[in-house]
Design a protein around this ligand. Sequence first.
Ligand code: NDP
Length: 270
Amino acid sequence: RASISGQTAITVILAHPVAHVRAPQAMNAHYDALGYDGVLVPLQVLPEDLATVVAGLRRLRNLRGIVVTVPHKEAIASLCDELTADARQVGAVNVIRREEDGRLTGGQFDGEGFVAGLRGAGHEVTGRAVFMAGAGGAAAGLAFALARHGARRLTIHNRTAAKAEELAARVRAAYPACDTRAGGADPSGHDIVANATSLGMHEGDALPLEVARLAPPMLAAEVIMAPEVTPFLAEAAKRGCATHGGKPMLTAQIALLARFMGAIAVPCDR
Ligand code: NDP
């Protein structure tokens, strides 16, 4: 990028592995579209080096912020000086704002991105019954955001059932108005059926839930971005359900992450 100069707002994304990350292309396109002098640079960081790298990043005076992805989202939370309420709830950080004095404030927008992506495609979550497969980092973000945005009912299904129980209890405690429970693999009776596991990224992966139970007017929604059509989405489409891929979750998040890092001159509201 020939336009990078000493004035450019530098942001970085920490990942391992790093080759597959898609946020740099999306964020740099976002900066370009706004005519904003900023750049997001991918950095490969091993888990054992995370604390050292973060200590160094604190000292970089022209660093605006840090985007965080697999496998660092949970570990980096304890390296921040402050967390937003959303990051505290979820127990994971996917973006950090570097304050002028080097203090680090961690935020979490996975779930907000998912809900905003659905809304951008005309799918409302308020008042809906949602079935979600998964209880890992992304799933936790989705669960809290779905409840926060007024989902009526949330069923969480996970291979490790104890993790689904634990996540459901945390969401229930934070948002009692949403009827949140752990459940089996049958998504019958729900309006939105979401895959928030990593199943579907690799050839030969099992399906995340009982796809034979999918039927219109259910909407099948994915967090996985590649492949664009996962086996779960393909099975849902085969049964006549509307589908929603994983890309809008990232696209919707890009503007939220940039705002949070203070990388554009628009006040952040979270
Ligand atoms: P985690 O490792 O935290 O969680 C993985 C989840 O998948 C767990 O629920 C795990 O179940 C389940 N799982 C993994 N392997 C299997 C298996 N063989 N059988 C059954 N269940 C399995 O990952 P993340 O939550 O961080 O990421 C999940 C997905 O979300 C990834 O594909 C990631 O790329 C995507 N993502 C997409 C984003 C976007 O913007 N579109 C943003 C963030 C993430 P168990 O608890 O039993 O291990």
